[in-house]
Design a protein around this ligand. Structure first.
Ligand code: R5P
Length: 260
């Protein structure tokens, strides 16, 4: 592995082997997602607590100060909206040149294993991997899941392993029952997405279960920025990821910070 690749990976996955990614890239297919209408105002107070910030180039340019000290994971896939029945039939939306110009530390691309159009997403993904590797930039594969597909260990281990074998340096997937199977069969670090907004205590349990099962971390968006107390939420998720607190401790911590 080149020095540059190792350095970038170590800025994202911290020395304890864990990472908290603050994901705010939803606008590229969901538009002004609840909580991100004024993205900068939502994200700025959360920045001190995330190890990295996952977003689009447009959001980075328009809402985030260039003085930012947090590593950027740039979303480089897209092409369909929530209105499209072939949602997630994504292609490359950002050239590697522009990702470098914007000082991305990593790039993120969604693949959709099992969709009719899976081949398109997998081949575009490998093209991104080839270009990113040339510059020592890690590619994070997002294992997107269509409505018709089941988010179980069998499917998610298939998609995660494929992503790693096709060149991902980090895989983002969903937590599921028997998640250890996904972890044990994927040779690169795995992080989980938070998914749709659920009650805060349930989201903390989700993060705890993922870390306990061997996930390297959490890429969480809506369950942080749509929370009734986003700063309390991100600080507590951070303590689960980096300080090893359990879910009961996390719930207590969240309530304490929220009510302070
Ligand atoms: C999907 O829009 C993106 O990949 C998100 O970054 C990812 O799903 C994490 O965000 P959330 O926790 O809201 O699912």
């Amino acid at each position: 592995m080149s020095w540059g690749m190792e350095n970038r990976l170590s800025r994202i996955i911290r020395p304890d082997g864990h990472t908290l990614m603050l994901a705010v890239d939803h606008g590229y297919f969901m538009g002004p997602t609840t909580g991100l209408e004024a993205l900068g105002e939502t994200v700025n107070p959360l920045l001190p607590y995330g190890d990295s910030l996952m977003l689009t180039r447009g959001a980075l340019r328009q809402y985030i100060s260039p003085q930012l000290d947090t590593p950027i994971i740039m979303r480089v896939s897209g092409g369909t909206s929530i209105l499209n029945k072939n949602l997630l039939h994504e292609g490359i939306t950002v050239s590697m040149e522009d990702a470098i110009r914007l000082n991305a530390t990593a790039v993120a691309f969604s693949i959709l294993v099992g969709a009719e159009f899976e081949r398109d997403t997998l081949l575009a993904f490998t093209q991104v991997v080839d270009e990113a590797e040339r510059y020592g930039i890690p590619t994070l594969a997002v294992t997107a899941v269509g409505k018709a597909l089941v988010r179980d260990a069998k499917y998610l281990s298939l998609a995660s392993r494929m992503a790693a074998e096709l060149g991902a340096r980090i895989v983002k997937t969903y937590y599921c029952e028997n998640f250890e199977r996904v972890i044990n069969t994927c040779p690169v670090p795995v992080v989980i997405a938070g998914g749709k907004k659920i009650p805060e205590h349930d989201a903390l349990t989700l993060a705890y279960n993922a870390i306990r099962s061997g996930a390297a971390g959490v890429a969480m968006g809506r369950n942080i920025f749509q929370s009734e107390a986003p700063v309390a939420m991100i600080r507590t998720v951070r303590a689960i990821v980096h300080d090893g607190i359990n879910d009961a401790e996390a719930k207590e911590m969240y309530e304490e910070i929220k009510n302070a």
